[in-house]
Design a protein around this ligand. Structure first.
Ligand code: CUA
Length: 171
């Protein structure tokens, strides 16, 4: 066998093996990415509950039950607040609640997309016309919290502010 024939035979075998390894590892990489994505989604949705639960789809935005929002006491220190976004304000605002209150915000919009974010908390829900998003938060320290709109909504977007006043224990 000549030297060049041996080397080309070796090359052919090498390429065959390399291609097999390449296919296997591309498959392994895709599998790992798929598992990583699925695992992340699972943890985010089920362990942390970071998902906007919608309790109604495609209602007429004009048909909001409480156009100026509402606050309802649902437990010893629990409230359900319907928070309505519109160009360019939040209702109800200022919202007064006692320290330690657990508030379930039902967030919707009367016109266009807005973003409901409470500074200094983890609350951040998009206010979508016709859809009600739901998020709960417990206010453990007294003080004033700003509601900001974090979804561009036109001319006065940056001025679309609201306030939540968490009142301390009565002395
Ligand atoms: Cu509302 Cu930006």
């Amino acid at each position: 066998m000549s030297e060049s024939a041996a080397s080309s035979e070796f090359e052919a075998a090498f390429h065959k093996a390399a291609e097999r390894h390449e296919r296997v590892w591309v498959f392994v990489a895709i599998l790992m990415l798929t598992l990583l994505l699925a695992g992340t989604m699972f943890i985010v949705v089920y362990a942390y509950g970071v998902v906007v639960r919608t309790d109604g789809f495609r209602r007429d935005p004009a048909a909001i039950e409480a156009p100026e929002g509402s606050i309802e006491k649902t437990g010893p220190n629990a409230y359900t607040v319907t928070m309505v976004a519109r160009l360019w304000r939040w209702s109800p605002s200022p919202l007064r609640i006692p320290k330690g209150a657990t508030v379930t915000f039902r967030v919707t919009s009367a016109d266009v997309l807005h973003g409901f974010a409470i500074q200094g908390t983890t609350v951040n829900v998009t206010a979508v016309p016709g859809i009600t998003g739901s998020v709960s938060y417990t206010f453990n320290r007294p003080g004033t919290f700003n509601i900001v709109c974090n979804e561009y909504c036109g001319l006065e977007h940056q001025g679309m502010l609201g306030r939540i006043v968490v009142e301390g224990d009565p002395a």
